[in-house]
Design a protein around this ligand. Structure first.
Ligand code: ZN
Length: 458
């Protein structure tokens, strides 16, 4: 049976529609949107609906170690990305498929409560703890799809091609769960992973390369040749050491080398791209590739600051991801990104705005449209008849949002909001989270606690 929501407002590409009636069919597909009352059972919601956020970069298992790499007993030691990575490897080696799934389900439920309705899972823990492939090559990917289905979030499973331990180097022992030795091995994994996504209507597949240091040139070329129209995700230029290693090996900087050697286009989603020179900034923008920025993780790891202003001036497009999940609030990702730029340039207007000078609206628009492309979803319409109704509902009784004129709502949200300003999150026309509670919270939390207890890592 169809159902009808009445919201105080619905964010459309042309601005707020107030009030808004949204009718969805029994599969959660939007069948009508109107400012006029629609006939049927109406659920009146004291809130404003905006499209669900898109989390374009996730390593779900790393959620289990959030906050654990912050104790530094020796103040003179150098703790950086590479020492953090050692801790992360030990955790990746310890998890069985059930634990992996329970942690992901908990994380995805939390993502929903923060307003994300779709996640791109940059997934590289493929094999058993001894490094032996599971009977189902995509066993661990299947677990991620199951976790997403349990939580009710959309997922783009991006199985990652991980072959080397560094430029021209064999993998190390601790990377044994990640490795596809050849492009053929990877393409078999990709095929199995695609089959895994068929068990859930809100799952699809992407293609992923861990980084230039992790896959050799010809194997990468063979993988790209099979990409067809899939979104392609890869880490790039996150670390200064990675840039210098690339200069040693390829005699070029990572982004420079990628742009010179492959047909980089709008299907590419370059994760981090922190360390760029001007010609690389221009090259990414001109290629149409997107950058996936993960400000809370990049800050936590001390990666560096992305040259946002210059990238935007050249028409560059970007999305956000929560990566290691040290932070899960999409509004905080936008703020950290913006404030890093403000603090280093002494200017407040960092997000270049074609939305009437409204930086909040600009940030939301950018992360929704580019985020969807990272998922292989090319729809630029916020809400479309015939598409699933996936939305975050902003609480009209929240003091600042409830007293704002419509044109101030998005900036109020971006610069002062968090999940306490949401009534909840709707996916396929159903409340997955309402009043801060995920509808399967008890089961998901209980499984999560059991797995964390077994792992003894916290
Ligand atoms: Zn990452």
């Amino acid at each position: 049976m169809n159902k009808i929501f009445k919201f105080e407002g619905l964010l459309t590409n042309e601005g707020w529609m107030c009030p808004a009636f949204v009718e969805v069919d029994n599969k959660g597909i939007i069948s009508n949107i109107s400012t006029e009352k629609l006939e049927g059972d109406i659920e009146t919601v004291s809130g404003f609906a905006i499209p669900g956020f898109q989390n374009a970069h996730s390593h779900s298992f790393q959620y289990a170690m959030s906050g654990l790499a912050e104790i530094h007993p020796d103040p003179t030691s150098q703790d950086d990305f590479w020492s953090w990575r050692e801790t992360m490897y030990n955790i990746a080696l310890s998890m069985n498929p059930d634990q992996f799934e329970h942690i992901a389900a908990m994380l995805y439920a939390e993502m929903l409560s923060h307003g994300y309705t779709h996640v791109a899972e940059f997934h590289y823990v493929h094999h058993d703890p001894n490094g032996k492939p599971y009977t189902n090559l995509a066993e661990m990917g299947q677990r991620l799809v199951s976790a997403a289905k349990t939580a009710g979030i959309g997922i783009t499973l991006v199985p990652i091609f991980y072959q080397k331990g560094g430029f021209g180097q064999n993998p190390v022992e601790k990377q044994r769960r990640f490795i596809s030795a050849t492009a053929m091995d990877y393409l078999e994994l990709l095929d199995s992973s695609e089959k895994a996504t068929q068990s859930y209507a809100k799952a699809n597949i992407g293609l992923g390369i861990h980084s230039l240091r992790a896959v050799d040139e010809s194997s990468m070329r063979a993988a790209f040749a099979e990409a067809k129209d899939l979104p392609i995700h890869m880490h790039i230029a996150e670390q200064l050491k990675e840039v210098s290693d690339c200069l040693d090996f390829y005699k070029q900087r990572p982004v420079e080398w990628l742009l010179d050697n492959y047909d980089v286009n709008g299907n590419f989603h370059l994760v981090h791209a922190t360390h760029l020179v001007d010609s690389e900034v221009m090259g990414i923008a001109q290629s149409g590739a997107h950058v996936v920025l993960c400000p809370s993780t990049e800050g936590n790891l001390g990666d560096g600051i992305f040259p946002l202003q210059s990238f935007q001036q050249k028409g560059g497009k970007w999305s956000i991801g929560t990566d290691s999940h040290i932070g899960l609030n999409p509004l905080e990702e936008l703020r950290i990104l913006d404030y890093g730029q403000r603090l280093t340039t002494h200017r407040r207007n960092q997000f270049i705005s074609d939305t009437n000078g409204d930086t909040g609206a600009f940030g939301i628009d950018m992360v929704i449209k580019s985020g969807r492309k990272a998922m292989g979803n090319k729809s630029e319409n916020y809400f479309t008849i015939g598409q699933p109704f996936d939305a975050v509902i902003l609480d009209a009784s929240s003091p600042l949002i409830g007293t704002s004129r419509p044109e101030h709502i998005l900036s109020t949200l971006v610069y002062s909001g968090d999940r306490t300003n949401f009534n909840g999150t709707v996916v396929d026309g159903d409340w997955k989270v309402k009043d801060g509670q995920h509808h399967l919270k008890d089961e998901i939390v209980s499984n999560f606690k059991k797995s964390l207890g077994e792992l003894k890592i916290r």
